[in-house]
Design a protein around this ligand. Structure first.
Ligand code: ZN
Ligand code: ZN
Length: 348
């Protein structure tokens, strides 16, 4: 069967790989139907690493995915502990925590130190025709959720977890730095959660426009001074919460500058150089609360509920579709922010 493997920085190859084995206890065989490309995939693609995780063998990327169950191992219960059925369409949570360490037992499986994760070294991801996944990672989805939207449930899960960490109060003000898929989902959720205003910032005009369509007051940071704009819009106060959903470079300082005294900054983006830079006096004098988003918890059921009831727009974030064979080109386009790209989905 076919798989796309990353052999080094910017070196993706379509290769023939062996078929997966038969699923064992608690596992299922899934035929992958669609895979989204994520910012963290782009980090691995361009830098050959994410944070301090460096790979040295070829790796199949892809952690935002959905597929169809084709074979069941024994005791194949889904993420809601219900029996899975052959033929079911499922979204797959890529995180595989150990479920028995202190953090897992305390309800923080996203912080499990013994976890592995589909599509992050050394565990292969979904840019392949078929793969074995844990049955517990599978969440059935109805036909009202498209394949592409099914891949975005992972992204939506990250946005939901970030909103949980933001602890928004009704009618609070929010800034979102970065209007990629996660930023656009956070924008939608913040509006739903009762924010009185969401100010969204990006460098790419089509993403600014998308944020505006979704209800944000959105600006291109290359056309206005975001500090002045937010100061003016909030009468010099700053916003209650800021979500940093960009590349976590100069935007971390920007987040601290935009938030109000005593406000909350949620850091979602991942910096290419693995360094967090923030002027200490800004954070100290404002008495800021800084929280880091680390993946997500049990958010798939909530993400599916929002998608099923169409309370978030997922399909509208997908700007491009490519085939598995076109994956190297798709990554290249995405890494270069080619015109109009918001979310790319690879359809198998
Ligand atoms: Zn992702
Ligand atoms: Zn654990």
């Amino acid at each position: 069967m076919k798989a796309v493997r990353l052999n080094g920085a910017r070196d993706l190859r379509l290769e023939n790989v062996s078929e997966p084995p038969t699923p064992k206890y608690g596992e299922v065989l899934v035929r992958v139907r669609a895979v989204g490309i994520c910012g963290s995939d782009l980090h691995m693609y361009t830098d050959g690493r994410i944070g301090d995780t460096i790979y040295d063998d070829p790796l199949v990327l892809g952690h935002e995915f959905m597929g169809e169950v084709v074979a069941l191992g024994e005791h194949a219960l889904d993420g809601n502990h219900q029996p899975l059925v052959v033929g079911q369409r499922v979204a797959v949570d890529p995180a595989c925590p150990c479920w028995h360490c202190e953090l897992c037992e305390n309800g923080h499986p996203n912080l499990c130190p013994n976890h592995h994760f589909y599509g992050v070294y050394p565990t292969n991801g979904a840019l392949q025709e078929r793969m074995i996944v844990g049955s517990r990672n599978c969440f059935p989805i109805s036909d009202s959720i498209s394949d592409g939207a099914g891949t975005l449930l992972e992204t939506l899960g990250v946005a939901i977890h970030s909103l949980d960490l933001g602890k928004l109060k009704i009618a609070s003000t929010v800034a979102v730095i970065g209007c990629g898929p996660v930023g656009l989902l956070i924008t939608q959720l913040a509006i739903q959660q009762g924010a009185s205003a969401v100010y969204a910032l990006d460098k790419l005009n089509w993403r600014v426009e998308k944020a505006r369509q979704l209800g944000a007051v959105a600006w291109n940071v290359e056309e206005i001074d975001p500090r002045n704009a937010i100061q003016t819009a909030t009468n010099g106060r700053g916003t209650d919460v800021v979500f940093e959903v960009a590349w976590a470079d100069a935007t971390v300082q920007l987040a601290a500058d935009l938030v109000r005294i005593g406000g909350r900054v949620v850091l979602v983006g991942i910096p290419g150089n693995d360094i967090l830079t923030l002027q200490h006096s800004t954070a100290r004098r404002k008495g800021l609360t800084l929280v880091m988003t680390r993946r997500m918890k049990h958010t798939y059921p909530r993400a599916i509920a929002l998608a099923t009831t169409k309370r978030v727009d997922l399909d509208g974030l997908i700007s491009h579709h490519f085939t598995l064979e076109q994956t190297p080109h798709a990554f290249d386009q995405n890494a270069n922010y080619a015109d109009g790209i918001v979310k790319i989905v690879i359809d198998l």
